[in-house]
Design a protein. Structure first.
Length: 426
């Protein structure tokens, strides 16, 4: 699918966005093994999150979807049943990695795979700790999907993550719900804590001491009513669009403001962004509120170390903003980008160069000089939703109409993206 994007005079309006993808995955998985019926409002419309629901249905969990409301009839910790066929995670690394923690403790054999892109994404980082807990897991070439998981009685472990990863942390914590004794996860850098918050909401015995998370096996999870905040990672595209185009002002309602995700806002304000918050409240342990963004000149700067880990999903669109900033943008410590849906370092540099923007890849990041202009171009999403959306934003500031090839990749996380973009441009 191709989409044509024309330059805009300004980005203006007030919008609501789909539910947070990361939170939606976690709510659905925990609801499936809780006791009772969980109601989730504003569940993500993204294909990835519906891949999770498809896997739960295949495991015998009743799931009813009504627009953005989802009702899941939890069957308890041992509720999942033997799937009749291979579980399909689609393009979703979150689904395969986090659900594997639950599958590792079930009394049956399961096989989980996904599309061609997911088949290239390494799984060794979840396989190692789950094996240490007693699970039997095999993979293609020892590390790639499909995964074959033979459930077992698990034992608690004390595990230090070699690199920050909320997905790996979550897989271990979910397995720890079933394990004998305590399971401890130690983080080198604090990653998003949606799993810890969700586990607490469902009644798990969990404690957090800075970057050390402990879950105790044997908990019985209880169903609850939940509201998923709108996705800050999705909001990032509209925030950057407003900061990129003079005369812009946009309001985004009900956005998740979890402190482990809100680094994006702190970094942008530090670069000179005109941002403010309104109507901040807490629901289900998650902060949410309205973000108001207005055009302002951006200085640029560097993203590295702990900040890189916190912004890993937003780096493609921040790279676009960096090219127009005063000082440019340097990103380091982002080797994780090379094993996302695409090699995002390579695909960001490729598309920037198509626009006539100078950008240099690094082994673990990229360097983008500032004060650059965007030429109209034909972009390729390479099947990556964040690349598609980042360069749709870049196209708004180009000198003519641009085309995005394989633009439908955006549906993985945000099917309504292009329609929403039309609502706020003129």
């Amino acid at each position: 699918m191709q989409v044509q994007i024309s330059p805009t005079g300004a980005v203006t309006g007030s919008i609501s966005l789909p539910g947070d993808k990361s939170i939606s995955h976690r709510y659905a998985m925990l609801a499936a093994i809780a006791e009772g019926t969980t109601e989730i409002a504003n569940y993500s419309t993204g294909v990835d999150c519906h891949s999770t629901l498809g896997c739960l249905r295949a495991l015998g969990i009743p799931v009813v979807v009504d627009g953005t409301s989802v009702r899941i009839e939890g069957r308890g910790m041992q509720g999942p049943s033997t799937p009749s066929a291979q579980l399909d995670a689609g393009n979703s690394g979150s689904t395969i990695r986090m659900l594997s923690g639950i599958l590792a403790a079930q009394p049956f054999m399961s096989r989980i795979a996904g599309d061609e892109s997911l088949a290239r994404r390494p799984m060794a980082r979840i396989m190692q700790p789950l094996r240490e807990m007693g699970a039997s897991i095999s993979a293609r070439d020892g590390k790639f999907p499909p995964l074959e998981i033979k459930g077992a009685m698990l034992r608690g472990i004390d595990y230090t993550l070699p690199v920050p990863s909320a997905q790996v942390k979550t897989s271990i914590l979910f397995a720890g719900l079933y394990a004998d004794g305590e399971t401890v996860v130690r983080e080198p850098v604090r990653s998003r804590d949606h799993s810890e918050i969700a586990l607490r909401q469902f009644g798990a015995d969990i404690s957090v001491d800075r970057r050390v998370i402990t879950v105790r096996g044997g908990s019985r999870l209880k169903a609850c009513e939940l509201v998923t905040p709108s996705d800050l990672s999705s909001a990032a595209f509209f925030i950057v669009a407003a900061l990129l185009i003079p005369g812009s002002r946009i309001s985004i309602r009900g956005v998740g403001l979890n402190p482990t995700r809100a680094t994006l806002l702190d970094v942008l304000v530090g670069m000179g962004a005109n941002l403010r918050l309104a109507n901040v409240e807490q629901k289900g342990g998650e902060l949410m509120g309205e973000i108001i963004a207005e055009y302002a000149p951006i200085r640029g700067g560097a993203i590295e170390k702990d900040v890189t880990a916190a912004l890993i999903d937003e780096i493609p669109v921040l790279a676009v903003l960096g090219a127009s900033s005063e000082e440019g943008l340097t990103v380091r410590d982002a080797a994780e980008l090379r094993i996302k849906e695409t090699d995002r370092i390579a695909t960001v540099v490729d598309n920037l160069r198509r626009m006539g923007v100078n950008a240099e890849p690094l082994p673990d990041g990229l360097v983008i000089p500032g004060k650059q202009k965007f030429r109209a171009a034909v972009f390729d999403s390479f099947g990556d939703h964040r690349i598609a959306m980042a360069f749709a934003v870049a196209a708004l500031a180009a000198d003519g109409s641009s085309t995005i090839e394989h633009a439908d990749a955006a549906s993985v996380s945000f099917p309504e993206f292009y329609e929403t973009l039309k609502q706020v441009t003129r």
